[in-house]
Design a protein around this ligand. Structure first.
Ligand code: FES
Length: 289
């Protein structure tokens, strides 16, 4: 019989208290808590979470900060550009104030606007007309033409200088930037790329554009007078439209300047890029909507 077989009654080498290694005696892992160069799993996960949060924060903040910084910088790239004598743009009376032809929205002049920035080849439509085209009477159904003309004449006779304005509309589509064209038939602007449509003041009437056409600041000045930069900054060089409209003075010139965006209520906003809404809920979600 082998000596380690049970049943012989003799003490065995493995009997008695166990003195070998125990599970609780496992040698503890060295604590690297004070070792900044040692990457524990906890530290790795913490660092990864911090890095991920940083990336997300940057993704949100970089466009915001960039927009805040670039807008004022970008605006300095623009300067006032003289586009011609006021008498060229202020035809009197404006077509708005005459019943025929009924579809015209005002004098629309398409011209190249030179500038020092890459958009130097942009074009502008300069429109002289009613601030509120919807106020213009239209013939009622079955209305006698003579009665309509009489009604129109009464309305037109009440128009004052404050009812008209001179605006410069940039031809860059507010959807993705294609150049829009003026369509006399629709008395508005159409975009050849995706069917964007605007009325005569550049307000969206159809298609994907998220906001109206951008505008350029515009003013009429008397080039025979000089003004200090402070006076110009305050707008003291601007000749009122009502004064210029009734004048043939060749020194009165029209200038266009810094572009800006508007919303459908014609409220001004800093210039936005194509596709960017400037008001409403979508403007807060851009570019994530
Ligand atoms: S770029 Fe004008 S509708 Fe798309």
């Amino acid at each position: 019989m082998a000596e380690d077989e049970p049943g012989d009654g003799a003490p065995r080498a493995q009997d008695g208290p166990y003195t070998g290694p125990r599970a609780t005696d496992v040698t503890p892992e060295p604590d690297h808590g004070d070792d900044a160069g040692y990457i524990t799993r906890t530290r790795f996960l913490s660092n990864a979470a911090i890095a991920g949060g940083g990336v997300l924060t940057a993704a949100i903040m970089v466009p915001v900060v960039g927009f805040a910084i670039s807008s004022p910088l970008h605006s300095e790239d623009y300067r006032w550009v003289t586009i011609g004598p006021a008498s060229e743009f202020l035809k009197n009376p404006p077509p708005y104030a005459t019943p025929v032809p009924s579809t015209r929205i005002g004098e629309v002049t398409s011209l190249a606007v030179s500038g020092p920035d890459p958009d130097a080849d942009r074009r502008a439509f300069v429109v002289y007309g009613l601030k509120d085209p919807a106020a213009r009477p239209t013939p009622g159904q079955g209305e006698d033409p003579a009665a309509y003309e009489a009604r129109f004449s009464v309305w037109a006779s009440r128009l004052g200088a404050d009812d008209f304005d001179l605006i410069a509309i940039w031809n860059r589509c507010a959807h993705l930037g294609c150049p829009v064209a003026y369509s006399p038939g629709s008395a508005g602007y159409v975009c050849p790329c995706h069917g964007g449509a605007y009325d005569g003041r550049g307000m969206v009437t159809g298609g994907p554009p998220p906001r109206p056409l951008d505008r350029l600041d515009i003013k009429i000045v008397d080039t025979g007078k000089t003004y200090t930069p402070e006076q110009i900054a305050k707008g003291e060089d601007r000749v009122p439209l009502a004064v210029a409209a009734g004048s043939s003075n060749p020194r009165l010139q029209v200038l266009v300047g810094k572009p800006y965006s508007i919303d459908q209520e014609q409220r001004p906003f800093p210039l936005a890029g194509p596709g960017q809404p400037v008001s409403g809920t979508l403007s807060h979600l851009y570019p994530f909507h």
